[in-house]
Write a protein that binds this ligand. Structure first.
Ligand code: ATP
Ligand code: ATP
Lengths: 228, 228
C-alpha cells in the first residue's frame, strides 16, 4: 500500500496531505511549525513536528523506508526545500515530488534528486487563463488529425433550444455524441443524480446544467466551449 | 474581443496574465509594486502601478469598461483582495474571478461580488494527490453507468508486450480504443510528431511513450492508470 510523507503544511502541502488521506493513502505529515502539525493530526495517520533538513530526524521518522515523499515547502524557505529534497534522495526515497516556485528552483530540485517537480501557482495560472477563454470546457481528449472528444457545460445561449433548431453540426462543426442531465422530479430527500442520453434526439431542447459530450475538430470544440 | 484586467502580480497572478497574453487576450496587468509591473510590461498590452483599493484609480485605468477582471491578490493582503473585489463589483465589471486562500475568504469574496472563486493551492493539492495515486491519467470523461473514456500514458510494465499477451481486456476490464505513438525514423531536423492508431491490433506491442485512449468502468480505468 502506498505510504507517503508530506513535508511542509502550508496551504498547498496541507491540501496534498488531506487529498491523499481522503483517497485512503496512509500519510505522514511533517512541519517544523507545531500548530500546523496539531491542526492536521486528526485527519492523517501520523503527524510529526521536526526540521526536515536534519538527516537523523528524517531517519528517526522512518522516512527512508517510504516509497514516496512530497516536499511542499514553499518560496519562503527555498534552501530548506532544496536541502530536504537532497536528503530524501540521499536516504533513498524512491519517488520524490518537489514543489518549485521558479524555473531555476525547479532545475535545482531536479539536480538534487526530485523525480517530479510541480509549480502549483504556475500550473493554476495557465488553467485559469484557459478557463477565462473557454469557461465551459471540463475535459478534452485529443484524437487523430486534430479531432477531439470533449466534455463541456451547455452554452447558455443553447438552453431551451434543440440541436436541429440551433443547426449545431452545420454552424459549429461538432457532433453532440451524448449528454448528461440532472434528473428532475426528485423527492426533496433524494440525492441529486444524472441521466445519461447517448445520441440525444436532434429535437431535444437543451436544459440548464446539461453537460455535453461532443466530438469534432479540436478548434471547433474549443470555440463551442467559449460561447456565451 | 475579451479584455481582461489582472490585479496582483505574485507568482499566480503573473502566470494568469502571461497565460492570457499567450492566448492573445488583451491584458491590463496591475500591481502596487512597481518592480513587478516593470517585469511584466514587455509581455502584456498594458501594465500599471497603483493601489486597487482606490476606486478613482480603478476608473482612471478604465477597468469599469472591461468585461472581466481577475483578482489574484494573495493571502498576504486579504483585506485588499476583498475590498478590490467589492469595488470591481460596484463599478460594474460584469465577470470577476477572485482568488481565495481559505473557504471563509471564498465566502466573503462571493458575498462582495466575485462570480467565480479559485483557490490555486487547494485545487493543486487535490490534483497532486490524484497524480500520486494515478500518475498516468491525463484526461477522464465519465460516461453513463460508471463507464468512462480516458487518456493515459502506457503503464511501464506493458512496454514491449502486446494487448493479447497481457490479456488487457480480461485482466483489466478495459478496451484500448486507440493509441497515440511518437513517429520513429524522423530526420534530425524534423519536428516530433505522433501517429494515431484507431483500434490497434491486439498483437501490436506497446512502445515507450505510447498514449492509450481506453474505455471501461471508471474504477478499472483508474486502476490501469495506477499501474507501475
Ligand atoms: N526545514 C523545514 N522543516 C519542516 N518544515 C519546514 C521547513 N522549512 C519550511 N517548512 C514548512 O513548510 C511550510 C510551507 O513553506 P512556506 O511557508 O515557505 O510556503 P508558503 O508559500 O507559505 O506555502 P503555501 O503557498 O502552500 O501556503 C511552512 O509551514 C513551514 O513551516
Ligand atoms: N491594494 C493592492 N493594489 C495593488 N496590488 C496589490 C494590492 N494588495 C496586494 N497587491 C499585490 O498583490 C500581489 C500578490 O499578493 P500577495 O503578496 O498577498 O500574494 P502571494 O501569496 O505572495 O502571491 P503568490 O502566491 O501568487 O506568489 C503582490 O504583488 C501585491 O503587491
Amino acid at each position: 500500500s502506498i505510504e507517503c510523507a508530506v513535508i511542509g503544511l502550508g496551504r498547498f502541502g496541507m491540501e496534498v496531505a488531506l487529498g491523499l488521506a481522503r483517497r485512503h493513502v496512509p500519510v505522514l505529515a511533517v512541519d517544523q511549525n507545531r500548530e500546523l502539525v496539531e491542526d492536521i493530526s486528526e485527519y492523517v495517520d501520523n503527524a510529526l513536528c521536526f526540521d526536515t533538513t536534519n538527516e537523523s530526524a528524517l531517519r528517526d521518522a522512518r522516512i527512508h523506508e517510504m516509497p514516496l515523499a512530497v516536499v511542499a515547502i514553499g518560496d519562503n524557505h527555498v534552501e530548506d526545500s532544496i536541502l530536504t529534497t537532497a536528503l530524501l534522495r540521499q536516504i533513498g526515497v524512491p519517488r520524490i515530488i518537489a514543489r518549485a516556485s521558479t524555473d531555476l528552483h525547479a532545475k535545482i530540485l531536479r539536480i538534487v534528486g526530485a523525480n517530479e517537480v510541480v509549480n502549483p501557482e504556475k500550473e493554476m495560472g495557465g488553467r485559469i487563463a484557459q478557463r477565462v477563454i473557454a469557461p465551459g470546457l471540463t475535459e478534452l481528449i485529443p484524437l487523430s488529425e486534430g479531432f477531439a472528444i470533449a466534455e463541456l457545460r451547455v452554452p447558455p445561449s443553447f438552453i431551451g433550444r434543440s440541436m436541429s433548431d440551433l443547426r449545431v453540426r452545420s454552424r459549429y462543426g461538432v457532433n453532440v455524441v451524448a449528454l448528461r442531465r440532472r434528473a428532475r422530479d426528485l423527492a426533496p430527500d433524494e440525492p441529486a443524480s444524472t441521466t445519461f442520453l447517448l445520441n440525444p434526439s436532434p429535437e431535444e431542447p437543451f436544459e440548464p446544467n446539461d453537460i455535453l459530450i461532443v466530438a469534432g475538430k479540436e478548434q471547433d470544440v474549443k470555440n463551442l466551449a467559449a460561447l456565451k
